[in-house]
Design a protein around this ligand. Structure first.
Ligand code: GDP
Ligand code: FE
Ligand code: FE
Length: 205
């Protein structure tokens, strides 16, 4: 069942239909439809976890808002906002969340930091993730048309225990990246150490 809610908190200056239209204008149908599914999955996870449904709707809808921008547009934004110059060593996969949040802020007028952080962290995770950020991270991974080995286990774990879902995705993404010798973004490593690794880095002798 799909949910179209009435926005009441002025987190976005318009209706849900207007936000859907603004997202559709930026994305091909395939990715736009993924955003609608991530929204619905995020709303469901928000209901299960006592998280604000309107924030889940907005964050799910906009999480990939900037994904089809050119590299030049991202580089311009990194410079405009004086973001970490190391970002220039990466590409669209990393930029569309962390830098994409600035497009959402500047163009859609969304200022809520919890929503913006959920977008920033949706690809790599982060050491500190709010329940909303955990939900968007997981909704992106388990939305109904995701199809990869382990997705059903990911869905089952996530609906049982959101934080366990975060750990599952983080571990499997790390394994996937390592297996194809892909560079691992530092935030991804830090997410692994916080959410997956056993804590034995203290002077416990
Ligand atoms: P999507 O935007 O809905 O396709 O999903 P994501 O935003 O979660 O992921 C975008 C891409 O980034 C995926 O192909 C991930 O495997 C990739 N990705 C995630 N973390 C890292 C990382 O640390 N390094 C690299 N190189 N790619 C990553
Ligand atoms: Fe994404
Ligand atoms: Fe996505």
């Amino acid at each position: 069942m799909s949910k179209a809610m009435r926005y009441q908190q002025h987190l976005y200056n318009g209706t849900r239909d207007e936000l859907v239209e603004a997202v559709h204008q930026q994305l091909r149908d395939k990715r736009f439809n993924h955003c609608l599914r991530v929204e619905q999955t995020a709303i469901q996870l928000a209901e299960e976890n006592g998280v604000d449904l309107e924030k889940a709707s907005i964050a799910g809808l906009v999480h990939d808002y900037a994904k089809e921008r050119s590299d030049e547009a991202f580089i311009g934004m990194i410079k405009k906002h004086q973001m970490d110059p190391d970002l220039l060593n990466w590409g669209n996969a990393i930029w569309h969340g962390i830098v994409g949040a600035e497009f959402i802020h500047d163009e859609l007028g969304i200022e809520d930091e919890d929503i913006l952080n959920a977008v920033r962290f949706h690809t790599t995770g982060a050491v500190e993730m709010s329940p909303l950020a955990q939900i968007v991270y997981m909704a992106d991974y388990i939305e109904p048309e995701r199809d990869f080995d382990g997705v059903d286990e990911a869905r089952r774990i996530t609906h049982k225990d959101l934080r366990a879902g975060v750990a599952f995705q983080t571990k499997h993404t790390m394994l996937y990246l390592a297996e194809k010798n892909a560079p691992i973004y530092p935030a991804t490593l830090l997410t692994f150490n916080r959410w997956v690794a056993q804590k034995q880095m203290k002077y416990n002798y």
